[in-house]
Design a protein around this ligand. Structure first.
Ligand code: FAQ
Length: 318
């Protein structure tokens, strides 16, 4: 009898999904749906927070006041995205402290892209253009995700990512039209960030263990390979427009399909980075751990102050 009940609940749940009715926090949902969302949303939140580090590193070295103000605003936006996403994970019953501890212990994943170093100012352009560009490509379909709080958070996130992408492309355009040294710096940043940006979309569909189920649940609306292809198709002409070369000897436009064909991604490198062996994994996690330790006194002081106020209010009411 109990089993029949679960089957019936699952049937009704899938029917809602098929009819594009959003699932909300208090609705019944299969445990596996909840777990998949907690996994994806918390990984996404960690990516936003760790993603502040490679750019935060350049705020003091931005070449002028305008660039500094823009970069500062962008990095602060990423902090905001992380906070919406931790809140969205909490609506599913995830404990924020535990989620963050999982990041600090190395148990939780975050996007592979943030484990690469930022070596020059042009990297700020490449990150905005390519990394935020890839992030938007992946996040626009998430605005139609079946889980309400995640979908709604993505609407605002995408608006902000769009500004981030434009500021990055503007930096690249300026450098590409600058002195030969500036153009070389832009090309070098493109050379280093192109392949890691393609890896952001995750493994090929045939290797992606979650895609099929996540598509059925409409958590994902497009597959990793579909989104990667869209990103390549949009980005290659942008590179051509500013006179930079995509570092892929196999890249060619197929007039029959209307798509660019591109070379093989180095999946060994991808999995090494995902497993924690990328160039900056250790630095990134250490930086987050230290930030938590160094900020402990602020949280303790805020908690003590809140408690003092609550007690004073209680005394007043007594
Ligand atoms: N890095 O079966 P799939 C941003 C993992 S936000 C690390 O295909 P799924 C904004 C995957 O989690 C960037 N791990 O998995 C910004 C799974 O792990 P598990 C982040 C990866 O979930 C810009 C395993 O491999 N965006 O950049 C990666 O169906 C600038 C098997 O993979 C999001 O998180 C990877 N690249 O598809 C901030 C968007 N790819 O736990 C600052 C939301 C895959 O089973 C500055 N997430 N893995 O062992 C998603 O759309 C999906 O989770 C995918 C992966 C598409 C990332």
């Amino acid at each position: 009898m109990k089993e029949n009940n679960i089957e019936e609940l699952e049937r009704q749940f899938q029917e809602k999904i098929d009819n594009d009715i959003k699932i909300e926090p208090r609705d019944w949902m299969p445990d596996a749906y909840r777990d998949t969302l907690i996994r994806q949303i918390s990984q996404h939140a960690h990516s936003e927070i760790v993603g502040m580090l490679p750019e935060g590193n350049w705020i003091t070295r931005a070449p002028n006041l305008r660039r500094k103000a823009v970069l500062l605003a962008k990095v602060q936006d990423e902090a905001g995205h992380g906070l919406y996403l931790y809140s969205a994970a909490e609506t599913l019953g995830a404990d924020r402290e535990e989620t963050i501890d999982d990041l600090h212990s190395g148990k939780a994943k975050y996007s592979s892209i943030f484990n690469y170093p930022t070596l020059s100012w042009a990297d700020m352009g490449a990150i905005g253009w390519l990394v935020d560009g890839a992030a938007i490509m992946n996040q626009v379909p998430l605005c139609r995700c079946s889980y309400g709080p995640y979908a709604r958070a993505m609407v605002r996130v995408c608006k902000e990512e769009s500004f981030h992408q434009r500021q990055g492309f503007e930096i690249m355009t300026t450098l590409a039209n600058g002195t030969p040294e500036q153009k070389a710096m832009a090309q070098d940043a493109l050379n280093r960030f192109w392949w890691p940006a393609l890896m952001m979309f995750g493994p090929n569909d045939a290797e992606s263990k979650h895609t099929e189920q996540s598509m059925r649940w409409k958590i994902k609306r497009q597959t990793n390979d579909e989104l990667r292809q869209q990103f390549v198709d949009i980005t290659v002409p942008q590179a051509e427009m500013i006179g930079l070369t995509i570092p892929d000897a196999d890249l060619k436009f197929n007039t029959e399909t209307g798509h660019y064909e591109f070379g093989e991604i180095n999946w060994d490198e991808f999995w090494q980075v995902v497993k924690g062996n990328g160039p900056c994994n250790k630095d990134r996690v250490d930086a987050r751990r230290k930030a938590k330790e160094n900020g402990m006194w602020v949280r303790e002081a805020a908690a003590a102050y809140a408690e003092k106020r609550a007690n004073r209010n209680k005394e007043k009411r007594a």
